[in-house]
Design a protein around this ligand. Structure first.
Ligand SMILES: *[C@@H]1O[C@H](CO)[C@@H](O)[C@H](O)[C@H]1NC(C)=O
Ligand SMILES: *[C@@H]1O[C@H](CO)[C@@H](O)[C@H](O)[C@H]1NC(C)=O
Ligand SMILES: *[C@@H]1O[C@H](CO)[C@@H](O)[C@H](O)[C@H]1NC(C)=O
Ligand SMILES: *[C@@H]1O[C@H](CO)[C@@H](O)[C@H](O)[C@H]1NC(C)=O
Length: 266
């Protein structure tokens, strides 16, 4: 009879103690592992595009358009982004003054902005990279997005650019250190999307660098779940370890209380 009482008592004690301990333990263990310490940002190789274009060239006309259209901010921001970098094709002042027809002065502000955005690629390309680009079948998208793309051909080291309307080549490398490349070109790059038709095109949205998987597809959901699980691998061993400690602690408490009860009752 006594033994039965002791067993009931200690079982109740075990049931009462374990969940309470388990809950507090996992609460205490989880928060630190969920907030990862941010990695210190590497110092960017900062290139001031205004200074660069002021010194080289003369590129005053292009720089003037960059400033008036505010595209300079877009390009400078991308130049600051050391992950992707930027490649800019800059026509000399002479290329603008010799451009009689078609004239940039007849463009709407939006079209002019598109033309300036058309002069850069949202990625750093060294001169040697254009051989590879010219071999790929797709044309290369520019900052103007949509239909505004350029085709490159590498003619034994000389890089030719085809914009659809203008055919020109890189005549010198002004700056080519990752993440910023600035190449001088002989002509203003005129996009077919504006000059190839009489109908003004609808402004193209800025290019989306990465295509996210469709949120409603079951594949994307399971991928999300997987990645969110695998993104916090440190939390599971911690929790398991704390549960093990709690379990043996629970056992210990039960053994001790059983001993006390036995001393008192027997
Ligand atoms: C670049 O230099 C110019 C003139 O030297 C200055 O006005 C401008 O603020 C600088 N831009 C950046 C992004 O630091
Ligand atoms: C680029 O970086 C420089 C220096 O870190 C900063 O002064 C400037 O505001 C940044 N410009 C843009 C457009 O992000
Ligand atoms: C060439 O381009 C392809 C994609 O078009 C890329 O996978 C490859 O890494 C590039 N090779 C070099 C040497 O840049
Ligand atoms: C660029 O190349 C693509 C693919 O080869 C072609 O379809 C397109 O017409 C070319 N564009 C120009 C402007 O030459």
């Amino acid at each position: 009879m006594e033994i039965f009482k002791i067993l009931t008592f200690s079982t109740t004690l075990l049931l009462l103690l374990s969940p309470a301990f388990g809950k507090t333990a996992s609460k205490a263990a989880s928060p630190p592992s969920l907030s990862p310490t941010p990695a210190p940002a590497p110092a960017p190789d900062f290139v001031n595009l205004t200074d660069l274009l002021t010194v080289a060239g003369p590129f005053h006309t292009f720089l003037g358009y960059l400033q008036s259209t505010k595209v300079l901010d877009t390009f400078q921001n991308q130049a600051n982004n050391t992950e992707e970098g930027i490649t800019i094709f800059v026509p000399k002042d002479g290329a603008f003054s010799s451009l009689k027809k078609p004239s940039l002065s007849k463009l709407t502000p939006d079209q002019l902005k598109q033309v300036i955005l058309f002069h850069a690629l949202p990625h750093f390309y060294a001169l040697a990279d254009f051989k590879n680009l010219s071999q790929s079948s797709a044309s290369t998208p520019t900052f103007a997005g949509g239909d505004y793309s350029l085709n490159f051909t590498d003619d034994s080291g000389s890089i030719h650019i085809n914009s659809g309307w203008s055919k020109t080549k890189v005549s010198s490398a002004v700056h080519s250190t990752n993440p910023v490349a600035v190449y001088q070109v002989d002509k203003v790059l005129l996009p077919e999307a504006i000059f190839g038709t009489d109908i003004p095109p609808t402004p193209a949205p800025s290019p989306a660098p990465e295509i996210a998987p469709a949120a409603d597809s079951p594949d994307a959901k399971s991928a999300d779940t997987k990645s969110s699980k695998s993104s916090s691998p440190s939390s599971s061993p911690d929790t398991a370890a704390s549960h093990r400690i709690i379990f043996s602690l629970g056992n210990f408490v039960v053994v001790i209380s059983m001993a006390i009860i036995m001393v008192v009752f027997l």
